[in-house]
Design a protein around this ligand. Structure first.
Ligand SMILES: [Zn+2]
Length: 85
């Protein structure tokens, strides 16, 4: 029996399980501006855009730049770009 200490990770896994049972993530994403790496929880923020892509609005925890992300449907890569405001 495992301890119950990694609640955050479990929560992410459960969210993914509910939302996208066939696509086990979390991923790590890298800020295109400052290269900080952060965990990315896909299920909680998903929106499907007009072209059928999963799109996300994120912000970097390190430099706070707003980011737009799209999941590439072919290889499941998260493609990020800075949002200009
Ligand atoms: Zn950053």
């Amino acid at each position: 029996m495992m301890g119950g200490c990694d609640y955050g990770l479990r929560k992410i896994m459960e969210a993914n399980w509910r939302g996208r049972a066939t696509r086990p993530l979390p991923q790590i994403f890298e800020c295109p501006k400052c290269s900080a790496r952060m965990p990315f929880s896909r299920a909680e923020l998903a929106q499907i855009d007009g072209s059928g892509f999963e799109s996300y609005r994120l912000s970097c925890r390190a430099c706070a730049v707003p980011l737009a992300g799209v999941v590439d449907p072919y290889d499941e890569t998260l493609l990020l770009s800075e949002l200009k405001e």
